[in-house]
Design a protein around this ligand. Structure first.
Ligand SMILES: [Zn+2]
Length: 413
């Protein structure tokens, strides 16, 4: 008989074939592949005699009732959509591990004191319409009416895509769940970073999902002849910007944030001309908004100082701001205990620098996340890889986490 981990990995392989591109994996929201994916996952759930449905936002859903019908539910899930040229585990692994755990509970004689649900969100990546988390925002009841007019690259509006898929835009509110029907949300996801691998751990407990702020900066100096202008008379925009980039790195590191300059452009960009203009981006993230904002303020002060010293002017525009989503203390502890019972005595707690469905679901109910080690921290790439052993431990740990919640819940009621 196949082990559960092999079944989960096989299922990830089968879903990887549901792609709009022959080359790599690409499965976007409300596409033919999205439908095929939900149907295949529903077949697996139905083989285990679980009830399945697709909600009004195209999310795959299944539910195992607890000791009596209609009890509030613990929801397990992640997303089933992908970026272009994706790997096969980002999001998908979490849904498959969740389904496997629900199948295990289905086989047990002893029912849980709550219902257990699995959700495979239809859109987390936001690849098709440029805005992420449609599936989980619909589930959380935070749908924004202005989204209907967003268009994909072929000019198809989100409203039309709903109709083409066979969904009724007017029914979107029925995808929203009531907080009183839920006890919390647990998501398993590949780490998408190198920390667990470096520390030789299979799993980690997520403390929070970082909220990013992004900025576009401009440095204006004075262009001039590269041969005739002495240093004392230069206002080199690129030299100033370079000093700023290193200051961003140093201050973020001191403040225990991550800040990255990912784009930079120089004008006029000629080999024999002193740069007159430099523009660059900054992305800064932390598990706590206050810490991030404090570090950002110190960065601004230092950059302004550098600009004054070098006789250049600095402009700063904020282009994006998201709040961090803390994972609930009690769900962090349940996941940590699940990991302990699966063999790691001292679970590693770490924050997520990447966004997840749990950010949206956190607006509705308590959220907790478990990270699974992935090879070299690679994600959003065909080289994404996990080991069978780690998947096996993740299934056990999630099952134990649910049992911890059941013990607590039974003790309380
Ligand atoms: Zn993901």
């Amino acid at each position: 008989m196949k082990s559960d981990a092999v079944t989960v990995l096989d299922r990830c392989d089968q879903l990887a074939k549901l792609s709009c591109s022959e080359e790599g994996i690409e499965r976007v929201y409300l596409s033919a592949e999205h439908r095929a994916c939900n149907q295949l996952v529903a077949e697996w759930a139905q083989q285990a005699e679980l009830t399945c449905w697709e909600d009004a936002a195209g999310n795959f859903c299944t539910r195992l009732e607890g000791a009596e019908p209609g009890l509030p539910a613990v929801v397990l899930g992640s997303h089933l959509d992908t970026v272009p040229n994706a790997g096969r585990y980002d999001g998908i692994l979490g849904v498959m591990v969740a389904l496997c755990v629900v199948e295990r509970f289905k086989c047990r004689q002893q029912p849980l004191p709550f219902a257990l649900e699995v959700v495979g969100f239809g859109d987390e990546e936001g690849t098709r319409f440029g805005t992420a988390l449609f599936g989980s925002f619909a589930f959380a009841g935070h749908w924004e009416p202005q989204w209907w007019e967003l268009e994909d690259s072929a000019g198809v509006s989100l409203r039309q895509a709903f109709l083409d898929y066979g969904l009724d835009p007017a029914a979107i509110q029925t995808a929203a769940r009531k907080a009183s029907d839920l006890l919390g949300y647990l998501e398993v996801h590949i780490e998408q970073g190198p920390v667990l691998e470096a520390e030789q751990r299979a799993l980690g407990v997520v403390t929070a999902i970082a909220g990013a702020r992004r900025f576009q900066l401009g440095v204006s100096g004075q262009a001039g002849h590269a041969g005739t202008t002495p240093y004392t008379l230069r206002h080199d925009a690129l030299c100033a910007a370079s000093q700023m980039v290193l200051a961003v790195e140093a201050l973020a590191q001191q403040g225990e944030c991550v800040a990255t300059v990912g784009q930079m452009a120089v004008r006029p960009g000629a080999v024999n001309v002193i740069p007159g203009e430099a523009t660059f981006s900054i992305d800064i993230r932390s598990e706590r908004d206050a810490q991030r904002d404090e570090v950002w303020d110190s960065i601004v002060a230092r950059l302004e100082h550098i600009a004054t010293e070098r006789g250049v002017t600095l402009s700063i525009e904020e282009t994006h701001r998201a709040s961090a989503q803390a994972c609930s203390e009690s769900l962090q502890q349940a996941i940590a205990e699940g990991i302990r019972r699966s063999g790691d005595e001292q679970p590693r707690f770490l924050f997520s620098g990447a966004g997840h469905d749990a950010m949206a679901i956190g607006k509705l109910t308590d959220v907790g996340m478990m990270f699974v080690r992935c090879e070299k921290g690679i994600s959003h790439h065909p080289a994404e890889a996990v080991t069978e052993e780690d998947v096996s431990i993740a299934i056990d740990a999630l099952e134990h986490s649910v049992l911890v919640l059941a013990e607590r819940y039974a003790a309380r009621t």
